[in-house]
Ligand binder design. Structure first.
Ligand code: GLV
Ligand code: MN
Ligand code: MN
Length: 435
């Protein structure tokens, strides 16, 4: 009897809580978010539907201006740091407490799509608007962050903004990073109007109580399982190498095959070796990619003289990833020596994997249940700004499905319903973490 009564009280309580979060759901304006995503996609250097928005280029600067306008119009307090990270704060009842943070990036690699990162920024904004409309009064402030250059396109380093925020990348080193034209990050950020010193970008340990990022999955698992929400438990360990081979070159007709020292052939062997090392030393989560191969002077009747490869290697298992890197390094030297071309191997980055915070994962699961969305725990095989935010705060991520798992591609697509579910769960999660 007592048991039945308790059960019905528990059910009524659950229904009240669910109702409260349904209100948040009802007031999340997904049409507005979709229109904002479309508008953001127009700030691009390549024809639609592809997107390219590289750090501090014209489209990136225009997109930043657009976002700052949206954040200000939503009544958020906006500031920008010296590397161009943008912070938009909704003040909580107790400003002495560290805020809860959310956010992502809006830069886009060449010929990519319109959802990578942008869903976490515009979705974060919509989550705040929805919470506010629903009358939620958070105790902690909630801060939305648009991170500078999560993509490595311009300065070869992914997550520039969050690396600097967390102290992982030292300001002196960051200032000297050069793009392909030889322009330094220091010069680029100053001409983009970022005031202050890079030394002031780093935040203190505990500056945020928690960080949670909404993002498309960039893989097929949620869609295949028919599950709208992923709660991220761990993030794969990323690494990148830059290898340069140089040889004497020569006339494509004039130099006998026996007399050649062709750096492109060494590079070609290395590309195959990246595949072999990942497959032979790794497991299912070990991946190796050569995404950059530049050939100089790039003339059909000239033997290449200068060849550059950039190699991306990732794994959930850090030491196993390092064994793959070691084999690639050793093979790079050997192929150079065998072909008598000079080889230089530079490590751009080799970061550890991340374990997400159980309390945030629990809050995501609870928020998903309250919004009546199925949720599964999963890992992230892409890296994110969350990787580096984990150095200063407990973190996790909310994943939503994207069509066929496609990302870093013009066909990237997340449906309005999928985004709506993600915004709803993000809003619920932020409300819990900010309580
Ligand atoms: C992020 O864009 C990644 O390459 O994982
Ligand atoms: Mn990306
Ligand atoms: Mn991304």
């Amino acid at each position: 009897m007592l048991r039945t009564k308790l059960q019905s009280i528990a059910n009524a309580f659950r229904d009240i809580v669910t109702l409260a979060y349904r209100r948040v759901d009802l007031q999340a304006d997904i049409d507005r978010s979709s229109a904002e995503l479309e508008r953001l996609a127009q700030y691009s250097d390549v024809p639609a539907p592809a997107v390219k928005r590289v750090l501090f280029t014209e489209p990136d600067l225009a997109a930043r201006k657009y976002l700052i306008g949206l954040f200000s119009n939503a009544g958020l307090k906006v500031r920008q740091d010296a590397v161009g990270n943008i912070f938009a704060r909704w003040e909580g009842a107790d400003s002495s407490l560290p805020p809860v943070a959310t956010g992502s990036h809006t830069d886009a690699i060449p010929y990519s799509g319109k959802y990578d990162g942008t869903v976490g920024v515009l979705g974060g904004l919509e989550a705040i608007r929805a919470l506010r409309k629903a009358g939620v009064k958070p105790r902690r402030s909630i801060e939305l962050i648009m991170f500078t250059s999560e993509e490595p396109t311009r300065f070869a380093y992914g997550c520039l903004g969050s690396r600097l925020l967390s102290g992982q990348l030292k300001p002196e080193r960051a200032a000297q990073l050069k793009d392909e034209q030889g322009e330094t990050l220091e010069a680029a950020r100053i001409s983009a109007g970022c005031a202050g010193s890079l030394a002031d970008v780093q935040l203190k340990q505990g500056a945020y109580s928690q960080f949670v990022e909404l993002h498309i999955e960039q893989g097929p698992l949620l869609e295949q399982a028919g599950i709208p929400i992923g709660a991220v438990t761990a993030i794969s360990a990323p690494a990148a190498l830059r290898v340069r081979y140089q040889g004497p070159g020569g006339h494509a007709g004039g130099v006998y095959m026996a007399d050649r020292h062709d750096p492109l052939l060494a590079a070609s062997q290395l590309a195959l070796e990246v595949e072999a090392a990942a497959k032979e030393l790794g497991g299912q989560e070990t991946v190796g990619t050569v995404g950059v191969l530049d050939v100089h002077p790039r003339a059909v009747n000239s033997i290449p003289r200068d060849v550059l490869l950039e190699i991306d290697v990732r794994d959930m298992d850090g030491p196993r990833r390092d064994r793959v890197l070691d084999r690639i390094r050793q093979s790079a030297d050997r192929f150079g020596a065998e072909r008598r071309v000079s080889a230089t191997v530079e490590e751009i980055n080799a970061d550890p994997p991340v374990t997400c915070d159980e309390r945030i994962i629990g809050a995501i699961e609870q928020a998903a249940a309250e919004a009546r969305h199925k949720c599964q725990r999963m890992i992230s095989r892409a890296y994110h700004d969350t990787t580096f935010m984990s150095l200063i705060a407990p973190v996790s991520m909310i994943f939503i499905p994207c069509r066929n798992g496609v990302s870093h591609h013009p066909d990237e697509y997340a449906s309005p319903e999928a985004i709506k579910a993600g915004v709803e769960v993000l809003a619920g999660t932020l409300a819990k973490l900010a309580e």
